[in-house]
Design a protein around this ligand. Structure first.
Ligand code: PLP
Length: 397
């Protein structure tokens, strides 16, 4: 392919060259098991310590012992949720939100089948949670509250620090888990100053490779391990440590922390330019997400009366990678549960496109997308079965 404009960084990111360089020695010559006693293993075990400290700093944890390495964001969520519930079998009430990632929602469906009561807090049109409703639902029976920090489809940020206060005030014994997979590297995180008990992150969302993640567990929070076996990760996650990938995660965390200002200013500027360039120039485009209170790299735009998948195919033809708001479940195209929860009109649901940038996104790439989008949409408008509705919408603008 000649041109590649990658605007799907919430799905995954490219591995930073500096991360790869840091990993390579541990894939080649430094292959010792970090638990071994001989001198040859010292470099591996030291590398683990460095990476743990880098991740500790990245999430703003008090202590490096609070960091557990996992294989991905889904494992972090499963470890946290199953670990808390297995340790607290008498309390069978969970509170979460209607817009969580499937790695959390599908897990809760399993718990419902086992007789747990799960409350799903809804969002308004701006994607905001009803915090009073959340507070009212917390009882003595609530074992766990879990809320994502930033949404993968819309980028909307939930006030997790404030939610942690609400949870602990109402029931200090309730554990609060935060899925921080889409917040990591995009907004500041400083868990030591909060009442959050656990957060999960995933390396491949911030320029580490796929197959590595981490879970922060505040000191004093007890979880049963998901994977039993050896003593690794202080008995909380067995299995010989994946040293090269852990080294990569640590380096990616350090780089992401150093790039945070750039992310908050420059990536946001490019995202806003893209968003405005599309919404202003295309009459049937509408913003599907909150204008503010979002991670800096994400936008979600609905193109009314046309199919998102067709837009993606046309974008792909000219080398542009984005993603549709729909998830392909068991062969049928289901509109996004996140956009539906926000009450996005049916006319825009099916034509929703998420663009997600990174620190590697260039201005000329954004200019190219702004130039090409109106041509693609005009072409698709012509074959839409909703000609009268499109005409009415055009006259309205
Ligand atoms: N949570 C959120 C919000 C996500 O966006 C994702 C991945 O897209 C995950 C969890 C799962 O992460 P992983 O793919 O590393 O398992």
């Amino acid at each position: 392919m000649d041109k590649l404009i990658y605007l799907d960084n919430n799905a995954t990111t490219k591995v930073d060259e500096k991360v790869l360089e840091e990993m390579l020695p541990y894939l080649k010559e430094e292959y010792a098991n970090p638990s071994s006693m001989y001198d040859f293993a010292k470099k591996s075990s030291n590398a683990l310590k460095v990476a743990r400290r880098q991740v500790q700093e990245f999430v703003g944890a008090e202590n490096e012992k609070e960091i557990i390495f996992t294989s991905c964001g889904s494992e972090s969520a499963n470890t946290a949720i199953k670990g808390v519930l297995a340790n607290n079998k008498t309390k069978r009430h969970i509170i979460t939100t209607a817009v969580e990632h499937p790695c959390v929602l599908n897990l809760y469906k399993q718990y419902e089948k086992q007789g747990y009561k799960v409350d799903y807090i809804g969002v308004n049109a701006q994607g905001e949670l009803n915090l009073d409703e959340l507070k009212d639902k917390i009882t003595d029976e609530t074992a766990l509250v879990s809320v994502m920090w930033a949404n993968n489809e819309t980028g909307i940020i939930f006030p997790v620090e404030k939610i942690a206060e609400i949870v602990k005030e109402k029931n200090p014994h309730t554990t609060f888990y935060v899925d921080a997979v889409q917040a990591a590297g995009k907004i500041p995180m400083n868990v030591k100053n909060t009442k959050i008990d656990m957060i999960g992150i995933s390396g491949h969302k911030f320029h580490a490779p796929k197959g590595i993640g981490a879970l922060y567990v505040k000191s004093g929070t007890i979880i049963s391990p998901l994977i039993n076996g050896g003593h690794q990760e202080r008995g909380r996650r067995a299995g010989t440590e994946n040293v090269p990938y852990i080294v990569g995660l640590g380096k990616a965390a350090e780089l992401a922390l150093n790039s945070l200002d750039y992310e908050l200013k420059e990536v946001k500027r490019l995202r806003d330019k893209l968003e405005q360039g599309i919404v202003k120039n295309i009459f049937n485009a509408r913003l599907n997400t909150a204008p503010t209170n979002r991670v800096p790299n994400t936008t979600n735009i609905g193109f009314q009366y046309i199919e998102g998948e067709l837009i993606l195919l046309h974008l792909s033809d000219i080398g542009i990678c984005a993603s549709s708001g729909s998830a392909c479940t068991s062969g049928s195209l289901e509109p996004s549960h996140v956009l539906r929860a926000m009450g996005i009109p049916f006319t825009a649901l099916h034509g929703s496109i998420r663009f997600s940038l990174s620190r590697f996104t260039k201005e000329e790439e954004i200019d190219y997308v702004i130039e090409k989008m109106p041509q693609i949409i005009e072409k698709l408008n012509k074959i839409s079965p909703y000609q009268d509705e499109l005409e009415a919408l055009k006259n309205l603008k």
